[in-house]
Design a protein around this ligand. Structure first.
Ligand code: GLA
Length: 405
C-alpha cells in the first residue's frame, strides 16, 4: 500500500513535509522518520519458508514528519491522499481495526503498529504527523513495510522509547498478519531497517542473521519496471502459497521428521521423495528448495564478480516463479521476455509477491536506453498499457532525522 507522488530527492521531500506540517498543524515538526522501499534481487517467497533472501533498499521513501503530543491522541495527515485520520492510543484494540485486507487503508497499518508497540510494553505517546512518500503503491516494492517501519520509528522517537531493530521488523510483520490479513514473511521490514547503500542484504530468515554484500555491478544498472497491474489476487494467493508450503513440510516430515520448514530440505533429499507428493505441492516445494540454493549461489557469484552467473540465476528464479510457484502473470512475463531479448541485459525476473507489480533487470549501462525504449513500446503494443520504469539507487535503511527549531 501507500502513496505515490514524485517528490524529488530526499532533501526536497523533507522540506515539502515541513512546509505542509506547518500548514496543517501550525507548528514545526520535531523529527522526520524515513523508511525506504526495496527491490528483491533474488529469493522470492522463501522468507516465510525460513529461507534466504537477497533484497536491496531503494531510494524511494515513506516519510513521517512528526511532533510529540502530551496526550494519547494521534493526528495524522496523508499528503498524497489528502486524507486525515485521528485516533486515541487508549482505545486501540485489534477488534477496532479492520483485520481483513478488503478494508486496509493506510491508517490501519499505523494503528496496528501503534497497538503492537504498546502491547510490547513501550509507553507510547500521541503524535501529530504528516505522511508522504514516493514508494509506488502496490507495486511489490514494499510500500506497506516502509509505512509500518516509518510509523514504528515515529512512535518510538515521539515517546523517547527504544527498540531493537529486529524486534521492530517482527512487529511490522505482525501488523500485516494481524491487522491486514497478509501472512507475509520478515524480509520487507528487515531490509527497510537494515539496508545499506550500494549493498544487497543477504538474510537468513530463520536466524535473522544478515550480511551486507557489496553490489559490485561494474557498468551495470538495476532497472525496475512496473506492470501497473492491479494485484487483486496477491493477498489471497499469497496466503494460499504459504499454506501449500506448510502442507509440503507436513508430508515431507514422514521421511525427515526433524524438518520444520522447506529450508531444512536439501534438493538431493527432495528428489528422493518428490514423486510421493501431489503435483501441486511438489511444484511449490521444488521451487522454494531450488530458490534457496539459487540465493546462496547468487551471493557467491556477487562476491566473485560473476555477474553473468548472477543474471542466469535471476532468469532461473523467474522461470520457477512462473512455472512451479505460479505467482507470475502475463504482464510480468511479457516484461521479462522483452528485457531478456535485449543485448546487454544479463538478468531479469519478477520481484516481490507477484500477480502484478514489478520486474527487476540487470543491464549494461550502454544498453539502458534501448532497454527502456523497448520495454515501453513493446509492452504497450502487447498489453495496451504503459509500464513505469524506475532507475533507483541502492540506499541505506530507515533513519530518523531530528530537526532543530
Ligand atoms: C511480499 C511479502 C514478503 C515476501 C515477498 C515474496 O513482499 O511481504 O514477505 O514473501 O512478498 O518474496
Amino acid at each position: 500500500m501507500m502513496m505515490q507522488q514524485y517528490l524529488g530527492n530526499i532533501t526536497s521531500q523533507h522540506a515539502l513535509l515541513q512546509q505542509n506540517f506547518q500548514k496543517i498543524f501550525g507548528d514545526s515538526p520535531e523529527f522526520i522518520a524515513s523508511a525506504p522501499g526495496r527491490v528483491n534481487l533474488i529469493g522470492e517467497h522463501t522468507d516465510y519458508n525460513d529461507g534466504y533472501v537477497l533484497p536491496a533498499a531503494i531510494d524511494k521513501y515513506l516519510h513521517i514528519a512528526a511532533r510529540k503530543r502530551t496526550d494519547n491522541a494521534v493526528k495524522l495527515y496523508a499528503l498524497n491522499f489528502n486524507e486525515h485520520c485521528q485516533f486515541s492510543l487508549e482505545t486501540l484494540a485489534p477488534g477496532n481495526l479492520s483485520p481483513q485486507n478488503v478494508d486496509a487503508t493506510w491508517s490501519n497499518y499505523i494503528k496496528g503498529i501503534a497497538y503492537l508497540l504498546k502491547a510490547s510494553g513501550r509507553n507510547i505517546e500521541g503524535i501529530e504527523a504528516i505522511i508522504a512518500g514516493d514508494v509506488p503503491i502496490g507495486a511489490g516494492l514494499s510500500s506497506s513495510a516502509a509505512l509500518t517501519v516509518a510509523a514504528a520509528l515515529a512512535f518510538l522517537t515521539g515517546s523517547d522509547a527504544d527498540m531493537d531493530r529486529k524486534h521492530i521488523a517482527a512487529l511490522c510483520q505482525r501488523t500485516e498478519h494481524e491487522f491486514i490479513g497478509v501472512k507475509c514473511g520478515i524480509m520487507d521490514g528487515v531490509i527497510s531497517l537494515f539496508g545499506r547503500a550500494e549493498h544487497a542484504l543477504f538474510l537468513d530468515c530463520r536466524s535473522l542473521h544478515h550480511v551486507h554484500v557489496p553490489l559490485n555491478l561494474d557498468r551495470h544498472v538495476i532497472v525496475i519496471c512496473n506492470t501497473k497491474v492491479k494485484r487483486e489476487l496477491a493477498a489471497s494467493e499469497y496466503n494460499t502459497r504459504r499454506a501449500e508450503c506448510e502442507k509440503g513440510v507436513k508430508m515431507l516430515k514422514k521421511w525427515r521428521p526433524s524438518i520444520t520448514a522447506l529450508r531444512d530440505v536439501p534438493i538431493t533429499d527432495f528428489k528422493k521423495y518428490e514423486e510421493a507428493l501431489p503435483l501441486l505441492t511438489r511444484k511449490r516445494c521444488r521451487y522454494i528448495i531450488e530458490e534457496n540454493t539459487r540465493v546462496n549461489s547468487a551471493v557467491d557469484a556477487l562476491k566473485a564478480g560473476s555477474l553473468q552467473t548472477f543474471g542466469a540465476l535471476m532468469k532461473a528464479s523467474h522461470t520457477g516463479l512462473r512455472d512451479d510457484y505460479e505467482v507470475s502473470c502475463k504482464e510480468l512475463n511479457i516484461l521479462t521476455e522483452i528485457a531478456g531479448s535485449v543485448d546487454g541485459v544479463i538478468g531479469t525476473r519478477m520481484t516481490g509477491a507477484g500477480f502484478g507489480g514489478c520486474t527487476v533487470t540487470l543491464v549494461h549501462r550502454n544498453a539502458l536506453e534501448t532497454l527502456q525504449t523497448r520495454l515501453k513500446t513493446e509492452y504497450l503494443q502487447q498489453t495496451g498499457a504503459e509500464p513505469e520504469i524506475y532507475l533507483c539507487n541502492v540506499s541505506d535503511g530507515a533513519t530518523v532525522h531530528h530537526l532543530s527549531r
